[in-house]
Design a protein around this ligand. Structure first.
Ligand code: AMP
Length: 608
């Protein structure tokens, strides 16, 4: 029997999707690079806008954007600002949006359209569905898998919500990829540009800066910084205020939307011209005639541009570099077309920014390249990212033991051993924090779970291995396992209250400002824990050891003195002196029962 030669299996098709605040689009790998997928009119960008038409239709993309003025309260944009966040967090944001955002179950935000409520995930899914449909039409075949990009500083909840949105849209999300990393991939695809690159991504609603090392086709993110509330929308807002100043005071959604659209048009014209004019006729709601020079516009936005530069400086410092050591500066995001942005960035870095890749398409193109790697079609690239803030576990006394440090490369996994703080404890609470400060009260609570079924043993003896695993998507899984019994519990962290980038920055600045105070507070807790463990260990050892009465008496006396100091909440210096005294006595005892018991008691940090 002969077999006919099989045709080579078709390569697996995975989309790269840039789910943007303003626009979304998809791309696929093509040859050595990637290509964006366009609709029938040749347009690659799907505006991230959904209109819930009063006639019952749900309209997405360009047609929805066109309806913004007709149905401002039923046309949803900037949904990315709400996804994965709590209603409380987005409250301020919501006051700027013409559609209604309400708090629903578990304090999560919903968009209220008539008598219906929509989750940010469901609205994002509608956008993704449109992107998927456009891609399928361009490719002439169905697609089920994708890599979806998010700002580098999206927290676990925001990443998870984005994944959920993809699933709702009928797409399996193989990887959540940081936008600047994707952009750099698009830029450095041939791998011949070894060196250090700064990716400056200023879009409609977010700003990200990343410092990347590119070596032989390997991309490594050295650091990231930015602001989730800074972008071209803010430039529009400033111009919008000038327009509104010429109108009678109003909160009319129709007027606000019209002004916003006019402001954006004015801004875009000012990227090419030194002066732009606006005539806006709002019928009986008023009319505006305005001329703005580029110099005026630049003066207005200069403080915002400076904020981005401050982030750049910080990211460079975090990467352990100096500005002059950067080899390349890469621009991403529509707002990098603003000439002032380019000029200021060039002045700061001393490098002419690269503009070879279209700033609107770079992220999707890079995502397509990564998608192809995950599809198994390209094994030449490796992608590494970092986590923005340290992750740790609360230990006895309210200190935080950091397991994964800020800017660690992900995926990463760290295991440390902990123990109990009380005799016969059969369950321990594991409380997970994020932040740079030493005490739990100053960090961000991420989640909490319990490990039960511990053997009833004296404090300090159970051995609990705690593993922090951050996967490639930046999602944290914490697992605790008691070594003797094998009892195990774990949690996947999806924090209810995600951090905004401003909060991250504040937490970092706080940690510097409070470093000395924190150090002393931490020392006080550690000393207290050590003293308590010493008291316990010594008491136990005394029961076991057969010591001459005078030595027993001396050790007992020193132990009692230390106990008294503990009961009186003595300061760290006094406790230290008490511990030293006890150590001196136990160290001179020939029989090493006491010191070994004490050492055992001191070995592992104790979980509450
Ligand atoms: P993105 O989020 O990357 O799609 O960027 C969208 C932002 O880029 C919006 O705020 C647009 O108004 C802005 N944008 C697009 N083109 C230009 C331009 N030529 N000049 C200034 N801003 C622009």
């Amino acid at each position: 029997m002969t077999t006919a030669p099989q045709p080579p299996a078709a390569p697996r098709l995975v989309l790269g999707i840039d789910l943007g605040t303003t626009n979304s689009l998809a791309a696929v790998r093509a040859g050595k690079g990637a290509r964006v997928l366009r609709d029938r009119d040749g347009e690659p960008l799907v505006p991230s806008v959904v209109c819930f038409h009063p006639d019952g239709r749900t309209i997405v993309g360009r047609d929805a954007k066109a309806l913004r003025l007709d149905f401002p309260e039923r046309t949803v944009f900037s949904i990315k600002r709400l996804i994965g966040r709590s209603a409380a967090e987005v409250q301020q944001e919501a006051t700027r949006l013409p559609y209604r955002v309400v708090a629903a179950d578990r304090g999560l935000p919903r968009v209220q359209i008539g008598d219906q409520q929509w989750t940010p995930e469901a609205i994002s899914a509608l956008i993704l569905q449109q992107v998927k449909a456009t891609a399928e039409q361009a490719l002439g075949q169905p697609v089920r898998e994708a890599v979806v990009t998010v700002p580098a500083w999206f927290d676990d909840a925001q990443r998870q919500a984005t994944k959920d949105a993809a699933q709702l849209a009928g797409l399996e999300c193989l990887r959540i990829l940081n936008e600047p990393t994707a952009a750099a991939l698009a830029y450095g695809i041939d791998g011949s540009k070894d060196g250090t690159a700064l990716v400056y991504d200023l879009g409609g609603g977010t700003f990200d800066v990343s410092i990347l090392r590119i070596d032989d086709g390997v991309f490594r993110v050295l650091s990231t910084a930015g602001d989730t509330h800074l972008g071209g929308d803010d430039f529009d807002e400033l111009l919008g205020q000038r327009i509104l100043a010429q109108l009678p005071p109003t909160s009319d959604p129709y007027v606000l939307q019209a002004v916003r659209a006019a402001a954006e048009g004015l801004k875009i014209r000012l990227s090419d011209a030194d002066r732009a004019e606006l005539e806006l006729d709002l019928g009986d709601r008023g009319a505006v005639k305005l001329a703005v020079t580029r110099a005026e516009f630049e003066a207005a936005i200069a403080p915002l541009v400076q904020r981005t530069l401050d982030c750049v400086t910080r990211a460079v410092k975090d990467a352990g570099l100096q500005l002059h050591e950067l080899d390349d500066v890469v621009l991403v995001g529509g707002s990098t077309r603003v000439p002032l942005v380019r000029a200021r960035l060039q002045a700061l870095t001393g490098k002419v920014p690269h503009t070879g890749v279209d700033p609107d398409l770079a992220v999707a193109l890079g995502a397509a390249i990564q998608a192809d790697v995950l599809a198994g079609n390209d094994r030449s690239l490796l992608l590494l990212d970092v986590i923005p803030l340290s992750l740790g576990l609360e230990t006895l006394g309210g200190a935080v033991q950091k397991l994964i440090l800020r800017n660690s490369t992900i995926p990463t996994s760290v295991t440390e051993e902990f123990s109990t703080g009380v005799d016969n404890q059969t369950a321990v609470d594991l409380t997970i924090y994020q932040g740079e400060r030493e005490l739990a009260q100053d960090c961000r609570l991420l989640g909490r779970f319990q490990l039960r079924g511990l053997p009833a043993l004296p404090a300090g003896l159970p051995r609990i291995a705690v593993t922090f695993l951050v996967d490639a998507d930046g999602v944290l899984r914490v697992t605790a396992r008691e070594q003797r019994t094998g009892a195990q519990a774990s949690i996947q962290i999806v924090p209810t209250f995600g951090l905004t980038r401003d909060e991250v920055r504040k937490m970092m600045l706080d940690s510097i400002e409070h470093a000395q105070h924190d150090y002393l507070a931490r020392e006080a807790i550690d000393t207290r824990n050590k003293a308590e463990a010493m008291v316990r260990g010594t008491q136990k050892a005394l029961q076991m050891a057969e010591l001459p009465p005078d030595q027993t008496y001396a050790v007992q006396k020193a132990t009692k003195a230390l106990q008294k100091l503990l009961a009186a909440n003595a300061d760290a210096a006094a406790l230290k002196a008490g511990c030293d005294e006890l150590t001196k006595l136990t160290a001179t005892i020939a029989d090493d029962v006491i010191s070994s018991a004490v050492t055992k008691a001191l070995k592992a940090d104790e979980i509450r």
